[in-house]
Design a binder for this molecule. Structure first.
Ligand SMILES: [Zn+2]
Length: 426
């Protein structure tokens, strides 16, 4: 058995020696245009990751998300999982990256799917979110192998689909199948781009709901004979603006959500539709229907039940005070907040290794939006989970997205040393 310090040095040297390969693998991943929606080229990308894992000593399995409506012949949802056993299977450290990317959008000065390497950066859609993270995970495990170090436990790496659209055929599906579960998985690291010195310990909750107001159609020249659903939606929106938003802004979570403004509860109006289509031929009619969809981000301290009860109470107050105001509330989606428990081994390891590799202390943050952590925590039941990976959060989904090669190499080092901590050297 090698002394621990010596083992770490050899792993770090192996990552440095593999730097060009890590960059090249990131470029190759970017060149597979796994655009979601609709979910292009998923199988190609799964096979690319699987092939590299196989050469790195992993047993590789592919999982089609059978039973999910979005898993179709035209756009199959294929996930890949590789397991490399050490002396024993436990403890098992699982690194998970989603390989779907959002559409390129406008404003690029470079081919979004070219995987171009220039000025110390890898460019392309998904460069930071999160193909660099996948490359870092794969080469973290590979560097351990090249350093000639065996593991006591095992390391598992998955590439999954659809994170950008909720992850239901990806990480949620693997968790539902028990492939990622507390019964076999001890720690999960998701190398999302959250800045190379930050550990992400969770996210706020999400409550999407739809409110419909119904009125009574009438002639537009005599609006007093009808009931306008649009006017009544206006009443509700005014209540929200006047009564609710200031209260939400006054609530602050103890969880270190970034940016600072996202440490409060928030509400966004996703969309609104009422009356006749504005582009169509107009007729003189009072609008008898108006619908709006809302995105309420709630804090761990608020919880879902109180969040919903507050909305219901507001709507009820408005209805009681406004003659003939009729509304309906429909839940569209609920994601509960998650937070990695205090004292989790995965946080302690990453904190130590970030300090060691970067020479500066790690910061703990939480994400303003959600990611696959929720499925790992809620469905798989693995609380020992964080996001940590290369790339700058603000560049995700932007034109000219890139990941710095320095970040990529440093994150690979941190991940490799954390795998050693969590799986144990043999
Ligand atoms: Zn992502």
């Amino acid at each position: 058995m090698l002394p621990a310090v010596h083992a770490a040095d050899r792993v770090l040297a192996a990552v440095d020696a593999a730097a060009d390969e890590i960059v090249d693998f990131t470029s190759r991943l970017i060149r597979v245009p796994t655009v979601n929606p609709p979910g292009e080229a998923y199988e190609d990308c799964a096979r690319l990751i699987g092939g590299v894992l196989k050469r790195s000593g992993f047993e590789v399995e592919y999982f089609a998300a059978e039973g999910r409506p979005e898993h179709t012949r035209a756009h199959p949802r294929i996930n890949v999982v590789g397991l490399r056993r050490g002396r024993s299977v436990r403890p098992c450290v699982h690194l998970n990256g989603h390989f779907d990317v959002v559409p390129a959008g406008a404003g690029w000065s470079i081919d979004p799917f070219g995987g171009v390497v220039r000025d110390g950066r890898v460019y392309g859609r998904g460069a930071c979110d999160m193909k660099a993270g996948i490359a870092a995970a794969v080469y973290a495990a590979e560097a351990i192998r090249r350093a000639g170090i065996g593991l006591a436990g095992s390391v598992e790496i998955s590439g999954t689909v659809d994170e950008e659209s909720g992850g239901f055929a990806g990480m949620a599906w693997l968790a539902q199948q028990g492939r990622v579960s507390a019964a076999r998985t001890d720690a999960v690291i998701i190398p999302e781009p959250l800045n190379v010195d930050r550990i992400c310990i969770g996210h706020r909750g999400v409550y999407w709901f739809e409110v419909t107001t119904t009125g009574r159609i009438g002639h537009g020249s005599m609006p007093f004979l009808g009931v306008s659903a649009i006017e009544h939606m206006g009443v509700l929106l005014e209540r929200i603006r006047h009564d609710l938003l200031p209260v939400l802004a006054s609530r602050t979570t103890e969880v270190p959500v970034v940016p600072e403004a996202a440490r409060h509860a928030t509400l966004n109006i996703n969309g609104i539709m009422g009356g006749q289509p504005v582009d169509g031929i107009q007729t003189p009619c009072v609008a008898d229907l108006c619908r709006a969809v809302f995105d309420r981000r709630f804090l761990l301290e608020e919880g879902f039940d109180a969040t919903k009860a507050e909305i219901v109470a507001l709507l009820e107050r408005a209805a009681a005070a406004t003659p003939r105001l009729k509304y309906e509330l429909r839940d569209l989606m609920v994601v509960h907040p998650v937070r990695t428990p205090h004292g989790s081994a995965v946080v302690a390891s990453l904190e130590r290794r970030i300090q060691e590799v970067l020479g500066r202390p790690a910061t703990q943050i939480a994400s303003p939006g959600t990611y696959d952590h929720k499925h790992v925590d809620r469905i798989a039941g693995v609380a020992n989970c964080v996001a940590y990976g290369p790339g700058i959060l603000d560049l995700a989904h932007q034109p000219d997205e890139y990941c710095g090669i320095d970040d990529l190499v440093n994150a690979t080092k941190v991940l490799a040393l954390s795998i050693l901590d969590l799986a144990g050297a043999a």
